[in-house]
Design a protein around this ligand. Structure first.
Ligand SMILES: NC(=O)c1ccc[n+]([C@@H]2O[C@H](COP(=O)([O-])OP(=O)(O)OC[C@H]3O[C@@H](n4cnc5c(N)ncnc54)[C@H](O)[C@@H]3O)[C@@H](O)[C@H]2O)c1
Length: 347
């Protein structure tokens, strides 16, 4: 069985998707579409795909296309995803699923109507250290969990291109890189419902003339922080900055009454630390051999292909990204209003 693949959006990340498909004997790239037809043509030639289009709807008309990767900028994730599902194709969509809950909900509903697979390309779902931490939490080793943290401090990480404009990105640092730590912690916690959020999102450096980006085009946040109440009495602190005068630090932490997990994926030291014991006898424990996995995009692409071939459910179910979306929506609203807001899941 060979799965025919269409790639929609031929920018930076599409290269990693193509690599993932090219590593699979059971997949072949058939067509590429990009708003810029020349870009689609070049990519198709590079990947040996027979078809290239300036309009993704033509790609979706092809019978040879069984599944698509949606590699467009965030604001253009929803429309091609819904159209692809309606055309009977499986979809792997880049993170974040979409900038708003309304768009993500539309995508989830389209998937459920079509019966096709909808997977979000969130490579950290396959990070061995996160998988090991999740297993420890599922075994109940932390006791009752009451606190969690999803933080990403980048020192000088403001990007350019389509990432700094609301019309294309739909959000800044929080949505672009914050989604990694936020999704990881919600995943570790087993997706408790978010209830309220009090947050700020602001542009601290975006209009500075010192950067390599165009400050006049900068219309998203480069910093955000939020206090989120989750079901089950769990507190979540979430913060991310593309640029802040701290050392670079990404960390995800979960604390329970009998222990904790701490993940620092970019540290040179141990990336996962497990502690157990409860008050009085806290001790670090060896997490043991890590589960198989990888944080490379081609690996996630391989998981998508395997799920199609083996008729398995989505390895990264789209519904679970509604949790990050309601927090983003609530956080931006809270920042605008200057107070805590209630949030609820769609449906
Ligand atoms: N998983 C990762 O490691 C990772 C890394 C970088 C980016 N991303 C995500 O990938 C997505 C794309 O990022 P990028 O860096 O490739 O951006 P990019 O701006 O380089 O590429 C996006 C491409 O999509 C095309 N496009 C936009 N709307 C389209 C439409 N309606 N039809 C066809 N083509 C369309 C644009 O012309 C552009 O070529 C973003 O959602 C981003 O968050 C993920």
């Amino acid at each position: 069985m060979s799965i025919g693949i269409g790639i929609i959006g031929a920018g930076g990340i599409s290269q990693a998707h193509a690599k993932g498909y090219q590593q699979r004997p059971d997949a072949r790239i058939v067509a590429v579409a990009d708003l810029f037809p020349e870009k689609a043509k070049e990519a198709a030639a590079r990947w040996g795909a027979p078809y290239a289009f300036g309009d993704y709807r033509e790609l979706l008309d092809l019978k040879e296309v069984d599944a698509v990767s949606v590699c467009t900028f965030n604001q253009a994730h929803c429309a091609p995803t819904v159209a692809a599902l309606e055309a009977g194709k499986h979809v792997l969509v880049e993170k974040p699923m979409a900038p708003t809950t309304a768009q993500s909900w539309q995508m989830v509903q389209a998937a459920s109507k079509s019966g096709k697979l909808l997977m979000v390309e969130m490579k950290w779902r396959f990070m061995p250290e996160i998988l090991a931490a999740k297993q420890a939490i599922q075994r109940g080793e932390l006791g009752r969990i009451y606190y969690s943290e999803a933080i990403g401090w980048q020192h000088r990480g403001i990007p350019g291109g389509t990432f700094i404009q609301q019309e294309t990105a739909g959000g800044g640092a929080l949505m672009d890189n914050g989604v990694y730590t936020l999704d990881a912690v919600l995943n570790l916690l087993g997706h408790p419902k978010p209830l309220t959020v009090s947050g700020t999102a602001e542009n601290a450096f975006g209009h500075s003339p010192d950067g390599k980006w165009d400050p006049a085009r900068f219309s998203v946040e480069d910093f955000g922080a939020a206090y989120v109440r989750l079901e089950g009495g769990i507190t979540l602190f979430f913060a991310h900055a593309w640029a802040i005068d701290f050392d670079e630090q990404w960390q995800m932490r979960v604390a329970g009454q009998r222990g904790s997990v701490e993940l620092r994926p970019f540290d040179s030291g141990p990336k996962l630390r497990l502690r157990r014991g409860g008050y009085g006898d806290l001790q670090e424990v060896d997490p043991g051999p890590l589960p198989a996995g990888s944080t490379e995009v081609p690996y996630a692409v391989g998981q998508f292909v395997e799920a199609i071939v083996q008729d398995r459910p989505s390895p990264v179910p789209a519904e679970t990204f509604l949790y990050t979306n309601v927090i983003f929506d609530g956080l931006y609203e809270s920042s605008r209003l200057g107070r805590e807001v209630s949030i609820s899941m769609p449906g």
